[in-house]
Design a protein around this ligand. Structure first.
Ligand code: AMP
Length: 579
C-alpha cells in the first residue's frame, strides 16, 4: 500500500508519492500541485478547502480561515460560521482533501502519510501535526523536518558529495540547516532558525511603511477604526506587491478607504530598507547553524535556497553578500520539500531503488527540566542537548533538596535559555519519593527522543523502584477518548466533492471579484455569475462547458486588470471588455 508524503505548509500544501523509482507530485482535483492551506464552510455546512476557499477569504471572511499552521499545538481556535475549529481540525481538512487527491491519482486507498514540519517546530506542534493526521484518517508514523526533506530532494537532484547549507525561508518560519552528504547518506549536523520569521513579516513591514507614508490611515488602524477585513486586504495587497517585485522593477501599492485612494511606490531598493530588520536576522541564524555544525563558510560546498520567500531578489542578493557564494535555486522552492517527502516515502516503503539511502536527523533544540541550583530556583538542566543525533536516549539524576520531601516536582522545558521559565514549558508532573534526609531520595529521568522529534519520558525512583512514564500533562493535548470524539464530530462534516471543484471555483472567483471591483463592473460580474449558476441548475453539459469557458475568460480579464493596477498605479475603468 502506498505511503504519501505531505508538505503541510502555512500558505500551500502539497503531496507526493514514490512511483517507478522516482518522487511523483500528486495533482489536486483542479490539476494543480499546490493546494492553498485555506478552509471555508459553505451555506450547507460543507467544508471547502484549497483554491476555492482561498477565493472566499475576500468574499466570505467570516466563514474562512488561513494561516493556521503556526497555531498548531496552542489553544487558539478559529470561528467559522459560528463553529469553533482548532488548528488541528483545520489542518485535518487539508490533509483529508490531499488524501482524496492521492487516492484518485494512485487509484488505491491511502492510510499512511509522512508529514513535514519546520525543523524548529516544538514538541507540542509535532504532536499536533500527528493529531491532525489522525483526524484525517491517516497514520503518521514519520514526521520529517522540512529542510531535511529538501536535502533529500537535492540529493536526488544530484548535488555533489560535501557539506551544504539549506536556507529555508517560507511564509512563517526560517530554518537554516547544515548537512553532509556522502554516497547514500544525508547527515543533518545542525539546525538553527526562528519559528516566527517568514514572508508574512515582510508583508506586515510593507503595511507599516504604507502607514508611515499615510499617517492618517495608520492612525485609523492604531485607534482600531480600520476594520480587520480592510487590514487583511492591505496585507494581501502588500504580499501581491512583494511577489510582483520578483520580476518587475517597480510596483504601486494602492488601497481605497472611505472613498479615498492611498498609493505607495515600491521597488527593490525601498523594499530592502523596509526589510532590513528581517534580513539582519539571517546573519545570526546562519552563524548559529554553522557554529553548531562546527563548520565555517569556506568549507560549505552548496548553499541551497528553499521556501517561497527565497524567490525575493533582495533575499537572494543579501544571502550572496553574507555567504560570498552563489546560492543554488535549482529545484522549484515550492516543490523541494514535497519532492523530498516522496523520496522519504520510497525509503519507508523500502523500495529497492532507494532503500539503501539513509537520512540522519537531529534534535534542533535542547530538552530538559528546571532545577534549583544553590540559592537559585528556575535553572534549566538540559538532558538532551540541541543537535543530538536522532534517535537519542539520555539519563540524568535529580535528588531532593529538603529533608523528608515527599515528592519531586518536574517541569519539562524545551529551549536554550539558562533560566528555565524563558524556555517552552512542555508539561509538568509530580513524582512521589520516600521521605528521607535532603539529597538521599533520587529520581532517574530518562528522555527518549525518537526520529520524529517526539519526546518520551520515564522517571525511575531509586529507593522505591517505582517507574512512571509519559506523565507529561500538556494543557491542550487530547486524550484518546477526546480524540475519538473529535474524529466522530469531524467525519460528519462533508468535504466538497472533487468533481464539483472547477465550477465552484469559478463561482468563488466571481464572488471575490465582485468584492474587489466597484461600479459597472460589479453589475456585470453579478450577471455573469447568475447566468452561470442558472446553467448549472438547468442547462445541459455542453451549455455549462461553453458558459464555463466564456465566464472564465471574462474573469481572467478582470484579474489581469487588477494586476495591471500594481504596475501602473491606475485602473482603466474605461477598458471595455470585448467578447
Ligand atoms: P512557503 O511557506 O515556502 O510556501 O512560502 C510562502 C511564502 O513565500 C509567502 O510568504 C509568500 O508571500 C512568499 N512568496 C511566494 N512567492 C513569492 C515571490 N514570487 N516573491 C516573494 N515572495 C513569495
Amino acid at each position: 500500500m502506498a505511503i504519501i508524503g505531505i508538505d503541510l505548509g502555512t500558505t500551500n500544501s502539497l503531496c507526493a508519492a514514490w512511483q517507478n523509482g522516482k518522487s511523483v507530485l500528486i495533482p489536486n482535483a483542479l490539476g494543480k500541485i499546490l493546494t492553498p492551506s485555506v478552509v471555508s464552510i459553505d451555506d450547507n455546512g460543507t467544508v471547502i478547502t484549497g483554491e476555492i476557499a482561498k477565493q472566499r477569504l475576500v468574499s466570505h471572511p467570516g466563514k474562512t480561515a488561513s494561516v493556521f499552521k503556526q497555531w498548531m499545538g496552542t489553544s487558539k481556535t478559529f470561528s467559522l460560521d459560528e463553529k469553533e475549529f482548532t488548528p488541528e481540525d483545520l489542518s485535518s481538512f487539508i490533509l483529508r482533501s490531499l488524501k482524496n487527491d492521492a487516492e484518485a491519482f494512485l487509484k488505491e486507498t491511502i492510510t499512511e502519510a509522512i508529514i513535514s514540519v519546520p525543523a524548529y517546530f516544538n514538541d507540542r506542534q509535532r504532536t499536533a501535526t500527528r493529531t491532525a493526521g489522525m483526524l484525517a484518517g491517516l497514520k503518521v508514523d514519520r514526521i520529517l523536518n522540512e529542510p531535511s526533506a529538501a536535502a533529500l530532494a537535492y540529493r536526488q537532484h544530484g548535488i555533489h558529495d560535501g557539506t551544504s547549507v539549506v536556507f529555508d525561508f517560507g511564509g512563517g518560519t526560517l530554518d537554516v540547516s547544515v548537512l553532509d552528504s556522502f554516497g547514500n547518506i544525508v547527515d543533518i549536523l545542525a539546525v538553527a532558525g526562528d519559528n516566527h520569521l517568514g514572508g508574512s513579516d515582510i508583508d506586515k513591514a510593507i503595511v507599516s511603511a504604507f502607514f508611515e507614508e499615510h499617517t492618517e490611515l495608520g492612525k485609523l488602524w492604531e485607534d482600531e477604526k480600520l476594520p480587520k477585513e480592510q487590514f487583511n486586504m492591505l496585507i494581501k495587497t502588500a504580499e501581491n506587491c512583494k511577489m510582483a517585485l520578483t520580476d518587475n522593477p517597480q510596483v504601486f501599492m494602492i488601497f481605497s478607504h472611505n472613498g479615498k485612494e492611498y498609493k505607495m511606490m515600491l521597488n527593490n531598493e525601498k523594499l530592502t530598507d523596509i526589510c532590513s530588520p528581517t534580513l539582519l536576522k539571517f546573519n545570526n541564524a546562519v552563524k548559529r547553524a554553522l557554529q553548531n555544525a562546527e563548520k565555517t563558510l569556506p568549507r560549505i560546498d552548496n548553499f541551497i535556497l528553499v521556501g517561497g520567500s527565497c524567490r525575493m531578489p533582495i533575499v537572494k542578493e543579501y544571502l550572496q553578500t553574507i555567504t560570498q557564494k552563489p546560492p543554488l535555486f535549482e529545484v522549484d522552492p515550492d516543490l523541494a520539500v514535497v519532492s523530498g517527502l516522496g523520496v522519504a516515502a520510497g525509503i519507508k516503503e523500502r523500495d529497492e531503488n532507494i532503500r539503501d539511502m539513509v537520512l540522519m536527523d537531529i534534535c534542533p533544540f535542547s530538552l530538559g527540566v528546571s532545577v534549583r541550583k544553590g540559592e537559585l530556583n528556575n535553572r534549566f538542566s538540559p538532558i538532551i542537548p540541541r543537535n543530538s543525533a536522532l534517535p537519542t536516549s539520555r539519563v540524568e539524576h535529580y535528588s531532593t533538596i529538603a529533608d523528608f520531601q515527599t515528592e519531586i516536582y518536574f517541569r519539562i522545558y524545551q529551549g536554550e535559555s539558562l533560566e528555565a521559565s524563558q524556555n517552552l514549558l512542555l508539561g509538568e508532573c509530580e513524582i512521589p519519593v520516600p521521605p528521607l534526609p535532603a539529597g538521599e531520595a533520587a529520581v532517574k529521568v530518562r528522555f527518549t527522543y525518537d526520529i520524529n522529534g517526539i519526546l518520551d519520558i520515564e522517571f525511575h525512583v531509586w529507593q522505591s523502584g517505582e517507574k512512571f512514564q509519559k506523565l507529561i500533562i500538556s494543557d491542550n493535548q487530547l486524550t484518546e477518548e477526546e480524540l475519538q470524539k473529535r474524529l466522530d464530530a469531524l467525519s460528519k462534516l462533508k468535504l466538497n466533492p472533487r468533481e464539483l471543484e472547477e465550477n465552484k471555483l469559478l463561482i468563488a472567483r466571481g464572488q471575490r471579484l465582485y468584492e474587489e471591483y466597484t461600479g459597472p463592473f460589479q453589475q456585470r460580474i453579478e450577471n455573469s455569475l447568475l447566468e452561470f449558476e442558472h446553467a448549472l441548475l438547468h442547462g445541459h453539459s455542453l451549455q455549462i462547458a461553453k458558459l464555463y469557458e466564456k465566464t472564465s475568460i471574462y474573469f481572467d480579464h478582470l484579474d489581469l486588470l487588477l494586476n495591471n493596477l500594481l504596475f501602473t498605479g491606475e485602473i482603466d475603468y474605461q477598458d471595455e471588455y470585448e467578447e
